[in-house]
Write a protein that binds this ligand. Structure first.
Ligand SMILES: [Fe+2]
Ligand SMILES: [Fe+2]
Length: 389
């Protein structure tokens, strides 16, 4: 990456970054992408993005090339801070102003905000310059905050952010805010469908479907990188899969409580009724008009099919099972094993790994085994991000 100055090249990068955001529908994928693109066009070493949730700022995503370059994990996955003027992000959320700070350790004592160095301390990182931008929607409400950390030269020395980045950054943040609002609405609608399912089956909770969506994306992403899937296709598929996988069990809305909530095991006939949830899900999602509809339908219909043909509803085998349904099946079973359910405690990490390994010889696509295993650390991070309530 080049050091960034106020030239046409920089303008082009901002415009290209903004254009990418308008096509993303899933909120998690979007937050990550807003941050990735902004770090790219400002050549920032690190950054975080927050969403405003009432009186709080929720820390959504964080990236840090120095820390991940050392092969370490980013220390925090999710936390909240009060939305007030005491922190830099809080100040920007309250005022809607941009803060471009050359050195956070030289913030004047009379400034309303100060720099909290606890993150630097636990991660052995040194924050110097920051550019903190408000994500303001078209009703002039701040819906999020984007904080970029440590602009760099070509030689990766930390420098202040160029003043030209303030105005263009503000323009980019506005596009981000509009995309964020739309993605929030989409997530709300998806969660309403999930909540309806949860009324019927208490196992199908918000955290469960969020985990299944994110696990599926992590497995897909590893596969896509290895198979050199083009960046545009990869990011489109990540986005659609994140949302489509959340609806895998939407067909349970059509199964009676007597079966869904029956304590103990089901009879053969009851199991057959239960298995209908795949067909009902496909029916709910019929009339495919978009890639999302098509993928959601494939997943709802085929997430209980098995590689060896022993699954249901149609006993499909191998590559006849749609690819994204094969991925979601892995994510769904992994979550069932590693979470606590009314009838069981969560299994230990080793027990889950052994059982998953065993299932790769019959139930799951063996070509995805390496991608699942290589992502185990990431999957555990996701699990911490969406704990059961
Ligand atoms: Fe299911
Ligand atoms: Fe599920």
């Amino acid at each position: 990456m080049q050091a960034v100055t106020a030239d046409n090249d920089f303008l082009e990068r901002v415009l290209a970054a903004g254009a990418i955001l308008v096509n993303i529908g899933d909120i998690d994928i979007l937050l990550e992408q807003i941050l990735t693109e902004a770090r790219f066009f400002t050549n920032a070493d690190a950054g975080s993005i927050y969403t405003v949730e009432g009186d709080l700022l929720s820390f959504g995503h964080s990236q840090n090339e120095t820390i991940t370059g050392r092969g370490e994990r980013i220390p925090y996955t999710r936390f909240t801070i009060p939305k007030n003027r005491a922190s830099m992000a809080g100040y920007v959320a309250c005022t809607g102003d941009i803060l471009n700070i050359d050195d956070v350790r030289k913030i004047p004592a009379e400034a309303p905000y100060s720099f909290d160095d606890s993150y630097d301390k636990i991660s052995f990182y040194r924050t110097r310059s920051t550019l903190t931008l408000p994500l303001i929607n078209n009703r002039q409400v701040v819906v999020g905050v984007l904080q970029l950390i440590n602009a760099r030269t070509d030689k990766r020395e930390f420098i202040p952010f160029h003043s030209a980045m303030e105005l263009l950054g503000k323009y980019y943040a506005t596009l981000g805010a509009l995309a964020l609002e739309r993605a929030m609405m989409t997530r709300t609608l998806l969660m309403r469908m999930v909540n309806m399912t949860e009324f019927r089956d208490p196992k199908e909770t918000g955290p469960h479907v969020n985990r299944v969506g994110s696990y599926s994306v992590a497995i897909y992403d590893s596969w896509a990188k290895t198979n050199n899937v083009e960046e545009d296709d990869r990011s489109h598929n990540r986005d659609v899969l994140r949302m489509a996988a959340m609806l895998h069990d939407v067909g349970k809305t059509g199964i009676s409580d007597a079966i869904l909530k029956k304590p103990g095991s089901l009879t053969k006939d009851e199991r057959r009724v239960m298995e209908n949830h795949c067909l009902i899900g496909a029916e709910v999602l019929r009339n495919c008009e978009s890639t999302f509809d098509e993928m959601a339908r494939d997943i709802a219909l085929c997430h209980h099919e098995s590689w060896d043909g022993s699954g249901y509803p149609h006993g499909l085998q191998g590559e006849d099972i749609p690819f994204m349904a094969r991925i979601t099946a892995i994510a769904d079973v992994f979550d069932a094993l590693s979470s606590s359910r009314a009838y069981k405690n969560p299994w230990s990490d080793n027990m889950v790994k052994d059982e998953m390994e065993r299932l790769f010889s019959s139930k799951f696509d063996p070509g995805l085994k390496h991608h699942f295993m290589s992502q185990l650390d990431v999957l555990r991070e996701i699990k911490d991000t969406y704990p059961d309530q």
